[in-house]
Ligand binder design. Structure first.
Ligand code: ZN
Length: 60
């Protein structure tokens, strides 16, 4: 069984996707599998940040 060469072009890796900056921490976070279908709507790096932002700011 010949070994498969994986040195060429690979499919797009999650790490190559765009990262975003969490408005709560002001720190960048990268794409995660759980956001695969919802990445465009993701604004915070975690549910905790989203909750913190909600408490600090206006109610939605
Ligand atoms: Zn965050």
């Amino acid at each position: 069984m010949p070994k498969k060469h994986v040195n060429g072009k690979a499919t797009q890796l999650p790490s190559e996707r765009a990262s975003k900056v969490c408005p709560v921490y002001g720190l960048p976070f990268s794409w995660r599998r759980r956001w695969e279908r919802d990445w465009d709507n993701v604004r915070y790096c975690s549910d905790r940040c989203r909750a913190a932002k909600g408490q600090a700011g206006q109610a939605h």
